[in-house]
Design a protein around this ligand. Structure first.
Ligand SMILES: *Cc1c(COP(=O)(O)O)cnc(C)c1O
Length: 388
């Protein structure tokens, strides 16, 4: 049995305003909703007449689907992709009724009614899922909308070549299902050079010839920056909308959406040959000024960044020394004049001096993982909210 205590600890005179919460937080995550809308428009304009959806799975790549999706809606987006039915149900109240929500991961058995009852559109990834969806439609004597995914070479989700042949041999399997789009997903969309893109496109083209005509959704962010033949009728960008680079090894044309600052919680000067952090993985070479900041791996500053990567104060680079802890990181701040950083000072983790992509590279990962790992301990500030 759990006990709930009445909150007698917060007298009304205590200031719990945003400003106080920002001062108390270990980090401040600023999300530029204007940049999000601009990025959506940038992609949408570049590929018209292809329609542009927004992928808002994983809580809009960690940035808050309830805040982010309405901005895409305001920018003209009417198609929203999530991964799970639960995400779709949560998203529903935050976007207009004329928008459609699609579930990329398909449906678990016995969740078809819940999905259909909320007018959410599943991606059918197998003949089994198709059969379950068609059965519900036929039991209700109506057609139910769905997307049908084909596996064109990623071996992750979608009808296999063999399942496609089964379907082509008996198109009555589609009875009761209103196929809004046939979709597939690029495995190497972030690399224009990869021959896998062309191979997937050719498999898609061949498959489409076998099926009755339907609209097609094919491209993720990377695909929208490839030639027109990849665009089809509906595109599904995610990372580019959030400021990530759609193509690796090419300049990033997107506007940065996220900036992150961390609070200094202690400073000290230690002599040469002093060990820093868990496991003593760093030993100072000379007298070193160390600042500890209140962000750690529980805030998505991946432990892989131990003794790698940095923060900035103004233009000054402050290397991470020692292991990243759960709630804190130690920085070598010797490059700054003594006393520059004090309790409560802010340093930059993502911003004008250090892009999201640079952090991802230092951490040996991709911007997607950095964003979706950010967690919920930061004080979040949403700026340029067109709906406020
Ligand atoms: C995540 C995802 C997307 C969006 O991909 P980005 O690379 O973020 O643009 C599109 N389609 C599918 C099927 C996905 O899983």
């Amino acid at each position: 049995m759990s006990v709930i205590f009445a909150d007698t600890r917060t007298p009304e005179s205590v200031d719990t305003s945003d400003n106080q919460l920002a001062l108390a937080a270990g980090g401040i995550l600023t999300i530029d909703l204007g940049a999000l809308r601009a990025n959506y428009k940038h992609v949408a304009d570049a590929i018209t007449p292809t329609r542009t959806a927004a992928v808002v799975k994983a809580d809009a790549y960690g940035l808050g689907a309830d805040k982010v999706a309405p901005q895409f809606y305001a920018a003209g987006c009417r198609d929203f992709f999530v991964a799970h039915l639960g995400e779709a149900l949560n998203l529903h109240p935050h976007i207009g009724k004329d928008a459609t929500i699609y579930i990329l991961n398909g449906l678990q058995p016995q969740t078809e009614q819940l999905c259909a009852g909320h007018n959410i559109v599943p991606v059918l990834n197998s003949l089994e899922q198709l059969s379950n969806w068609a059965a519900l439609a036929n039991s209700q004597n109506r057609k139910l909308p769905a997307l049908l995914q084909l596996d064109t070479g990623m071996s992750r989700l979608g009808l296999s070549e063999q399942e496609l042949q089964t379907l082509v041999a008996d198109l009555s399997l589609l009875d009761g299902v209103d196929v809004k789009f046939i979709i597939s997903h690029l495995a190497a969309g972030d690399n224009v050079q990869s021959p896998q893109n062309k191979a997937q496109l050719e498999r898609m083209q061949a498959a489409l010839k076998l099926l009755p005509h339907h609209a097609v959704a094919f491209s993720n962010s990377g695909g929208t920056f490839m030639e027109r033949s990849y665009h089809y009728d509906l595109a599904r960008p995610g990372i580019a909308l959030y400021g990530g680079a759609p193509q690796e090894n090419l300049p990033n044309p997107m506007r940065p959406v996220v900036s992150l600052q961390a609070r200094v919680i202690q400073c000290r000067t230690v002599p040469a040959k002093t060990l820093v952090g868990y496991g003593g993985s760093y030993e100072t070479q000379a007298e070193t000024r160390v600042a500890t900041i209140a962000v750690g791996y529980a805030d998505g500053w991946l432990r892989h960044l131990s003794n790698k990567g940095c923060a900035y104060y103004g233009d000054v680079r402050l290397p991470i020394i020692g292991r990243v802890s759960m709630d804190s990181i130690t920085l070598d701040v010797s490059a700054l004049p003594e006393g520059t950083l004090k309790l409560g000072s802010l340093v930059e983790l993502i911003g004008p001096h250090q892009t999201l992509e640079q952090v991802a590279q230092d951490a040996g990962t991709i911007a997607y993982e950095v964003l979706t790992s950010l967690g919920n301990r930061y004080h979040r500030i949403y700026i340029n909210d067109i709906l406020a």
